[in-house]
Every structure is written in C-alpha cells, then in structure tokens.
Design a protein around this ligand. Structure first.
Ligand code: FES
Length: 65
C-alpha cells in the first residue's frame, strides 16, 4: 500500500509523502508540493479535479487534512 507511486511524474511514493507530512509538519497542499516536488509536472496527482480521467489512485489533496 505505502509503495504506491502517488506522483508518477516525479516517482514519489505514498510513504515518502506521509513521511514528509509528518517530519516537516506540513498541513497544506502547497507546502507539500514545494517540499517534495510532487505535483509539479502533469499536476494530475494534485486532486481529482486536476485528474478528470481518474488516472491516479491517490491525490495529494487526499493526504492533507
Ligand atoms: S503525477 Fe504528479 S505531477 Fe504528474
């Protein structure tokens, strides 16, 4: 489960993102993008709205409360 690549463009996994969220105390999506580089290429991994064809299983928006 945790080795799911959330950001396929930058090859960033769910576990890497969860670790960044925890260690850096990130609570907003913009900071998560800046700190990890996830969501900076095609942007489909950012949110379901950016991914109209449902090509990503998980989006950054679902990881940030
Ligand atoms: S999948 Fe994250 S920017 Fe393309």
């Amino acid at each position: 489960m945790e080795e799911i690549e959330v950001c396929v463009c930058k090859r960033i996994t769910l576990s890497e993102l969860l670790q960044a969220l925890e260690e850096e105390n990130i609570d907003d999506i913009q900071t998560l993008i800046e700190k990890t580089g996830a969501g900076t290429v095609c942007k489909m991994c950012i949110s379901p709205e950016e991914d109209p064809y449902g090509e990503r299983d998980i989006h950054l928006s679902e990881l940030v409360k």
